[in-house]
Design a protein around this ligand. Structure first.
Ligand SMILES: Cc1cc2nc3c(=O)[nH]c(=O)nc-3n(C[C@H](O)[C@H](O)[C@H](O)COP(=O)(O)OP(=O)(O)OC[C@H]3O[C@@H](n4cnc5c(N)ncnc54)[C@H](O)[C@@H]3O)c2cc1C
Length: 383
């Protein structure tokens, strides 16, 4: 029983788990080496209705809630966290495009996105820094009926595999801060766009890299939201992705815990199963307790979102707590496997995969500042 999941959502989760264990899990280790996001699998996920199911049907979705998106997302992540970026990026960008884009521009992309035929990145971070995001410098100038983009975005997930990206650039003065930022939708095949790829510690099938813009022209119709309001309007979508990230990393921790409980119950030392030693079972019980609680928090954030209720602080709590907890839990699981845990394999890959989310989409310090702002008021915190 789970207060946030009714029978339909539980059935949806079981359906997604069957697909993920048959189609996604078998390639989990191999994709870490090949570093290629499997487009065939992505299209299969689209056909199953697993990508951005929260979008209305006329936009390509299933008209299901954000909780449904979360339930599918965690099952894909359980099989391969890198592959579940397809769900994460699609849900985040589908929300941004459907709320802030011009229908004629974004409608065909939303169809491609939900069918698993297109991957859209989100480009906010710059070489000068990501935490102080409102201080961004990428130059965007209005020239006639176009915007012209110059500069670099860096550490962008799927930079070299994406078909398009949402880009945040400066149209106002530097002093205008968050109120001088405009968001644009930029197809990656435009002249002047180049990209590279980093050698990442984890999440290697999705990867990260820089995107360089040299006099890239996009029509004004590609603007998302109002000019100079991109940061304020479009960034609100990040509450959704923060709750999803929580479920994503906790799903990885949950499968690690399940496998570890099974292992310690059958592996023996000193004539007993490892689980007979409280030095083994209690740390696992501790992590199981916290992972169960953190998952409820993530589901609560999505439940609030489905009801249009404020959930920024809950989403920030999910985003700082879950990645740290998942990393620590998987670390503990790895140790329980003894020397075998140190071999290249699922446990160490899971640890590398979840670690990225202690940084990506905003660090714990920034999340705690967001929580402090909602509790103490914007003027009572330094940032
Ligand atoms: C796996 C991964 C995926 C990513 N995907 C994307 C993506 O798709 N799109 C995108 O735009 N970016 C992406 N990023 C970039 C990410 O959002 C930034 O790395 C992050 O916001 C931090 O920015 P920074 O790395 O420049 O660190 P900095 O901003 O330079 O911060 C460095 C350290 O100082 C701390 N710090 C900074 N300011 C404060 C403060 N006021 N109080 C306390 N501590 C502070 C930070 O918490 C951090 O620990 C990704 C990063 C990773 C690792």
């Amino acid at each position: 029983m789970n207060p946030y999941l009714d029978d339909d959502l539980i059935t949806l989760g079981e359906h997604a788990r069957r697909f993920a264990s048959e189609r996604i899990a078998p390639g989990f280790l191999e994709r870490d080496s090949t570093r290629v996001l499997d487009r065939t699998l992505m299209a299969e996920m689209g056909r199953m209705g697993f990508i951005a199911p929260e979008l209305p049907e006329e936009m390509g979705g299933q008209g299901l809630g954000c909780l449904a998106a979360g339930v599918i997302h965690e099952e894909v992540a359980r099989a391969d966290l890198s592959l579940s970026y397809i769900n994460l990026l699609a849900s985040l960008n589908a929300q941004i495009l459907s709320h802030h884009g011009q229908h004629e521009v974004v409608a065909p992309w939303l169809q491609r996105l939900t069918r698993g035929e297109a991957l859209v990145a989100i480009a906010l971070t710059e070489p000068r820094g990501g935490s102080d995001a409102a201080n961004l410098r990428l130059r965007v100038e209005r020239v006639g009926s176009d915007y012209v983009i110059n500069g670099e975005k860096t550490s962008i997930s799927a930079a070299d595999q994406a078909d398009a990206t949402v880009v945040f650039g400066r149209t106002g003065t530097l002093e205008s801060g968050a109120r001088g930022v405009t968001a644009l939708f930029v197809p990656m095949d435009l002249p002047g766009v180049t990209r590279n790829r980093f050698d990442c510690h984890g999440q290697r099938a999705i990867g990260r890299g820089s995107i360089f813009f040299e006099n890239v022209r996009v029509p004004v119709s590609h603007r998302l939201g109002d000019e100079n309001q991109g940061f304020v309007q479009v960034m609100q979508g990040f509450d959704f992705s923060r709750a999803l990230i929580g479920l994503q990393v906790l799903a990885v921790a949950r499968v690690a815990l399940e496998e570890t409980w099974e292992y310690v119950a059958q592996r023996e030392a000193f004539g007993k199963p490892l689980s007979a030693f409280q030095g083994v079972s209690h740390p696992l019980a501790d992590f199981d307790t916290q992972v169960t609680a953190a998952r409820l928090l993530c589901l609560q954030a999505l439940w609030l979102k489905d009801r249009n209720a404020p959930h920024s602080s809950e989403a920030a709590m999910c985003k700082w707590w879950a990645p740290k907890l998942a990393y620590d839990a998987i670390h503990q699981c790895l140790l329980m496997f003894g020397h075998g845990g140190y071999d290249r394999g699922p446990m160490e890959q899971r640890m590398r995969d979840v670690l990225g989310f202690q940084i990506g989409d905003g660090t714990a310090q920034i999340m705690k500042t967001i929580i402090a702002r909602t509790r103490a008021g914007r003027d009572a915190v330094p940032a």
